[in-house]
Write a protein that binds this ligand. Structure first.
Ligand code: GH3
Ligand code: MG
Ligand code: MG
Ligand code: MG
Length: 316
């Protein structure tokens, strides 16, 4: 009677529900050195029309097949490659697949080792198929939830670290990067340079061409400047029409060359109908005895002098 009840219960969770349909679309591997276990599993899957299943009695055959699956039902103890070897192999290339261990032995140490390697869940033999289906379902749901959390946190991170208009990093991100580089400079003697630049008479551009055109200038400018930088450099929008660049492993002479190249290409920018845009640059190299604030004060002062003495120039 109990068995019958179980089987009915199984039918109700499985019958034409979405989970069963999705199982039918999956590539499934069952790896178990016990022929009996494989036959029982086969009978179960056949009963529910789940046909995309490969059965491996020999774990070496599974490895040789080099095929990827969505779901792995894996015996823990096998001659040759054990479950933990196989989990390790699967997880090197595939994070989304679900791996469920099916084992005769209650070897807690080994099981927790396998979970740490990336198994999603485990079940003891003889297999309770209601439980197995529930575990598979839960594992896929958990994976999906985690994926969504990952996407959401990536978005949040972007929002927190980037400027939405230009796509450049923001002041907060710059400050963290700057802190890291300052520490390396103090501890290991690394050098770096800072550039701070500000568009000249940008208010007039807004007044004359409108705020939207002004925005467009900032977007185009971000692209133009980024073209001059290496992967390891960091440019951030410091505020309004002011930008900050940190150039690792760069002395002030090389930084000056880069700043001048950027200044000239800003001057050459052609944005429909807008008269030549220019910017003023301050520049400084990190010096021994510097603190974050002292170096930044210097670059800010250089920019101030550039503005004061005619704009569209770089002052070191
Ligand atoms: P200076 O050469 O002395 O820097 O003159 P300026 O006009 O550039 O300086 P000011 O600080 O007086 O004005 C900066 C202007 O930048 C004012 C503000 O409207 C504009 N601005 C700041 N952020 C944005 C933005 O996101 N979009 C647009 N379109 N304009 C912005
Ligand atoms: Mg075995
Ligand atoms: Mg300005
Ligand atoms: Mg400004």
């Amino acid at each position: 009677f109990f068995k019958e009840k179980l089987s009915k219960h199984l039918d109700t969770i499985i019958k034409d529900n979405l989970f069963l349909q999705s199982l039918r679309c999956m590539q499934i591997a069952v790896i178990d050195d016990s022929r009996f276990s494989l036959e029982v599993m086969k009978g179960f899957f056949l009963k529910y029309d789940i046909s995309e299943v490969d059965y491996f009695e020999d774990s070496l055959d599974f490895i040789k097949a080099e095929k990827k699956y969505d779901l792995y039902l894996l015996d823990l103890m096998m001659p040759g490659y054990d479950g933990d070897d196989i989990i390790h192999m699967i997880r090197q290339t595939c994070h989304n697949a679900v791996i469920i261990l099916i084992t005769k032995h209650e070897n807690n140490k080994l099981l927790s080792h396998c979970m740490a390697l990336g198994a999603d869940d485990y079940l003891f033999k003889p297999v309770d198929y209601v439980l197995l289906m529930q575990r598979i379902n839960d594992a896929f749901n958990k994976k999906e939830k985690n994926k969504q959390i990952e996407i959401a946190s990536k978005k949040l991170y972007e929002l927190a670290t980037r400027d939405t208009l230009t796509g450049l990093h923001n002041r907060e991100f710059f400050n963290e990067f700057y802190e890291e580089k300052a520490l390396q400079a103090k501890q290991k003697g690394h050098i770096f340079s800072l550039i701070l630049f500000d568009l000249d008479y940008f208010k007039e551009i807004n007044d004359k061409y409108g705020h939207q055109k002004g925005d467009l200038v900032l977007i185009e400018l971000a692209k133009t400047v980024s073209n001059h930088l290496r992967e390891t450099d960091l440019i951030a929008r410091w505020g309004g029409e002011e930008f900050c660049i940190l150039l690792p492993d760069t002395n002030k002479d090389d930084a000056f060359t880069i700043a001048e190249a950027i200044r000239l290409s800003i001057q050459k920018m052609k944005i429909d109908g807008i008269r030549s845009i220019t910017a003023s640059f301050g520049l400084t190299q990190w010096q021994e005895g510097d603190e974050k604030e002292s170096a930044f004060k210097r670059v800010d002062h250089s920019l101030y002098i550039a503005k004061l003495t005619g704009r569209n120039k770089t002052v070191v």
